[in-house]
Ligand binder design. Structure first.
Ligand code: UGA
Length: 428
């Protein structure tokens, strides 16, 4: 049987996971990126990003990496757009990479094409791209389908292979059904809808998850003032299947390349359409204050942070990634510097130092050396080591503020009987 040929525009984490995942289920896949360097790295068997399990899955497939867009367009009927839609200055999604990929497709299309948009885009973008393609006066039909992804960094391969659902948005059922055929090996609910609904579903999912987190962070403040424990609230409400147990962890707030950007993009869509969207604004507001709330705990211990030396543990926006985009850890380190503290930072995976003015330590032990306190901003497993005496002894005063509730209160109570330790966390 002839294998289906699909082309992927964009060798970022969505593009490469999509490529590896589709290839592993029998599709014939080619990948193109405007970065010649990325394509060269991939051709040589390297991986330009960090994503657990991806290197292995890619290596097992026969994927063609293509330097020229023309070759990709002419050889594939199905073209997946997995290019970035970063945040523009006004908060809107910047669609310039998407537009330029669409223009490229129109320029080289030598037969009818189905363009499948995986990038996160505002509702109406598929239609906009269709109009753009029509103005380019080409003789072939370019059809646009929305197929948002719900991949989590650090878990993207599993999320792609075993998703909760696949969403396909198209103008006509026939095209939607044709695209769904590409996923015939997937055994999960497959939801067909119109293009705008699929585009909005992506924003609705991310903002809902972010809202759950901000909701719990709001409750955490209340728990602290009432003597409740946010983890008990988490269990108490999470066991209600209507609420669901995931994404209820209180802490230093959400970061990453998706939640903050997508919430801002949705807020500006609301402004443009004269829809207020107060929940989106509040979710962002609570989140922006959350890292500050964690720092206040530290400040209270010392009555100010001027001249204090603080170890910031973690830089990535969550464990198992080296991504520091919109990371609460980075913003906490920056705020500490503004408050006049000296700052050491350590992260097991992040290589560069994203915090100008902070000293990046090569190890956890080094990071703690001579510090007044440590603040945990990313829940890397390695940070459990901090409770060992040889680590605690590196701190001038053993103060730990745990912005991710890594440790059980019971174990900390027990430890503080053996070791003079000040420990505070979020909402308990
Ligand atoms: C998120 C979504 O979870 C994916 O479904 C979506 O596809 C992706 O955005 C995207 O739009 O591309 P991701 O940004 O990789 O995925 O990270 P998450 O695992 O969702 O975590 C986001 C942030 O929320 C992290 O900073 C994490 O620490 C924080 N978080 C998460 C909490 O503070 N509490 C929780 O209970 C869960």
């Amino acid at each position: 049987m002839k294998r289906v040929k699909a082309g992927i525009f964009g060798a970022g984490y969505v593009g490469l996971v999509t490529a590896a995942g589709l290839a592993s289920r029998g599709l014939d896949i080619a990948v193109h990126d405007t970065s010649k360097e990325k394509i060269a790295t991939l051709t040589a068997g390297g991986l330009p990003i960090f994503e657990p399990g991806l290197e292995k899955l890619l290596a097992e497939q026969h994927i063609t990496y293509i330097q020229t867009a023309k070759e990709l367009v002419t050889s594939c009927r199905y073209l997946f757009l997995c290019v970035g839609t970063p945040q523009a200055k006004n908060g809107e999604a910047d669609l310039s990479f998407l537009e330029s990929a669409v223009k490229t497709i129109c320029r080289y299309a030598d037969s009818d094409k189905i363009v499948i948009i995986k990038s996160t885009v505002p509702p109406g973008t598929g239609r906009l791209m269709e109009k753009l393609s029509e103005t380019m006066n080409i003789e072939h039909r370019i059809t646009f389908v929305s197929n948002p992804e719900f991949l989590r960094q650090g878990n993207a391969v599993q999320d792609f292979l075993f998703p909760d659902r696949i969403v396909i948005g198209s103008d006509d059922d026939e095209t939607g059904t044709e695209v769904l055929q590409l996923y015939k090996q997937w055994d999960c609910p497959k939801l067909q809808m119109n293009r705008e609904s699929a585009e909005l579903t992506k924003y609705a999912a991310n903002t809902f998850l972010a809202m759950k987190i901000s909701y719990m962070n709001m409750m955490a403040g209340l728990a602290e003032k009432t003597g409740a424990n946010i983890e008990d609230i988490e269990r108490g409400i999470g066991s209600d299947s209507r609420i669901g147990k995931d994404f209820l962890k209180a802490g230093a707030g959400f970061g990453g390349s998706c939640f903050p950007k997508d919430l801002r993009a949705l807020a500006s869509i609301g402004t443009e359409l004269n829809e207020e969207l107060p929940l989106i604004r509040e979710t962002l507001y609570i989140n922006e204050n959350q890292a500050k709330a964690v720092l206040r705990k530290l400040s209270t211990v010392f009555g100010g942070l001027l001249g204090r030396k603080i170890a910031v543990l973690g830089l990535s926006f969550k464990p198992m990634t080296d991504d520091v985009r919109s990371s609460p850890a980075v913003s906490a380190a920056e705020q500490l510097l503004l408050l006049g503290a000296d700052v050491n930072v350590y992260d097991p995976l992040v290589r560069d130092n994203p915090v100008a003015g902070a000293v990046k330590s090569p190890s956890l032990l080094d990071c703690l050396e001579g510090c007044d306190a440590a603040i945990i901003m990313t829940e890397w497993d390695e940070f459990r080591e901090i409770l060992k005496p040889k680590m605690l002894n590196k701190l001038k005063s053993p103060v730990i503020v745990d912005g991710r509730n890594m440790f059980q209160l019971k174990e900390m109570k027990k430890l503080s009987r053996e070791f003079p330790l000040y420990y505070d966390s979020v909402g308990r």
